[in-house]
Design a binder for this molecule. Structure first.
Ligand SMILES: [Fe+2]
Length: 212
């Protein structure tokens, strides 16, 4: 993932460069730097790059495409393992139910992000001032995105708990082990997806909305 650095309302060049240098020394070297609402500084820096669009592209290409290829196949595996081992592992039925709910929510969520939320957020790249109505609509879209991530995280936690942290039973067959490994990988990827949305994209979009 590309690394970005966003600063806002820093009155001097040093107030911008010192934290940036400290971050670089700690190993976080950004690919792009964006400086907003810094009246004495912003005239002396390069024009803005498409910052949010870059983040959105990364989320779609890295996570949404993975979900679209992985979820249908993982669903077949979950259904098969539940059918074969459900009698001896009754928790599988609950795992299947939780997974199917998650799959339905996530499938709708990524379509919603691509068709509605992300196009709204990407418009902030141009830093055009927004009317109160426009700003409220975009903030609603951001809040909606975050609430859907919270719902997905709740399903993921349910699957983790039901599977006892993806612990493989002693009588598990290859398909059972494969299912648990993939459910765990799915959770890890979803947490990265959620992190990029909630901790990078949404705060940056909100900062741009505030500064416009
Ligand atoms: Fe998302």
């Amino acid at each position: 993932m590309a690394r970005h650095w966003l600063t806002i309302a820093s009155p001097t060049t040093e107030a911008i460069t010192n934290p940036l240098l400290a971050a670089c020394e700690d190993g976080y070297v950004p690919d792009s730097i964006r400086i907003l609402s810094n009246p004495t500084v912003q005239d002396n820096v390069s024009p803005i790059v498409p910052f949010l669009e870059d983040l959105v592209d990364d989320i779609v290409e890295t996570h949404h495409e993975h979900l679209r290829s992985e979820l249908p196949s993982l669903e077949r595996t979950v259904r098969k393992v539940t059918r074969v081992h459900g009698d001896t592992h009754p928790e599988l039925e609950a795992i299947e139910s939780e997974f199917l709910s998650l799959e339905a929510d996530v499938t709708e969520h990524i379509a919603d992000e691509e068709e509605t939320v992300f196009p709204e957020i990407v418009t902030l790249d141009d830093e055009t001032p927004r009317t109160d109505t426009e700003a409220a609509r975009i903030r609603d879209a951001i809040n909606h995105l975050e609430s859907e991530h919270d719902a997905a995280a709740s399903h993921l936690e349910g699957i983790r708990d039901l599977s006892d942290d993806y612990t493989t039973p002693s009588d598990a067959c290859t398909s059972y082990r494969n299912m648990l490994d993939r459910l765990q990988l799915h959770e890890e990827d979803m947490h990265v997806h959620i992190h990029k949305g909630n901790n990078v994209l949404c705060p940056d979009a909100d900062a741009l909305l505030t500064s416009a």
